[in-house]
Design a protein around this ligand. Structure first.
Ligand SMILES: [Zn+2]
Length: 169
């Protein structure tokens, strides 16, 4: 069984509330498209703080370290300037715990295709808050040679292969 997963992520500038309309598309860590121009000056402290929060969330997902350990490890690494752009300590804890709650209920690996049940949350994809797309487009049903096709609907419309998820046997 081969699973290929490449999803394009859509980003907006975090200062969109201040009127910045920059958007970009990222695939596997590479920016493939950037639209618009920032209406503000770059703030390195803010960017560093955002990266630190992202790193905390990743640690929370991938390790069993305590919430305070996950946070303090990143805090030690960032500049004074970035500290000023971070959310409060309580807000950071809440974010880390939220990641834990989401990933904590991860399912065990399936043992066979005939008994595999795909829960609702894995059949759908949310490209942005409040927008839900069907991610599981086809399921031939429980059997030893089951075929599952996962894909973003909009990628089939525009025919971009990089956004496809394919599963082969
Ligand atoms: Zn901007």
């Amino acid at each position: 069984m081969v699973i290929i997963l490449q999803v394009t992520q859509f980003w907006r500038c975090d200062q969109k509330n201040d009127g910045c309309k920059v958007r970009l598309h990222e695939n596997g860590g590479t920016v493939i498209l950037e639209m618009g121009r920032h209406v503000h000056r770059p703030n390195p402290g803010r960017l560093e703080a955002l990266k630190a929060v992202t790193a905390m969330k990743r640690r929370a997902e991938e390790t069993e370290e305590s919430t305070s350990c996950v946070i303090s490890t990143q805090l030690q690494r960032i500049s004074q300037e970035a500290h000023g752009s971070l959310p409060s300590a309580d807000a950071l804890k809440r974010r880390v715990r939220r990641v834990r709650q989401r990933t904590g209920a991860a399912l065990p690996n399936p043992t066979s295709l005939s008994t595999l049940v795909i829960p609702e949350k894995y059949r759908q994809y949310a490209p942005s808050p409040g927008v839900i797309e069907n991610f599981l487009l086809f399921d031939s049903g429980p059997s030893a040679d089951r075929i599952l096709i996962f894909s973003r609907p909009r990628s089939t419309e525009v025919g971009i292969g990089s956004e496809h998820v394919t599963e082969k046997y």
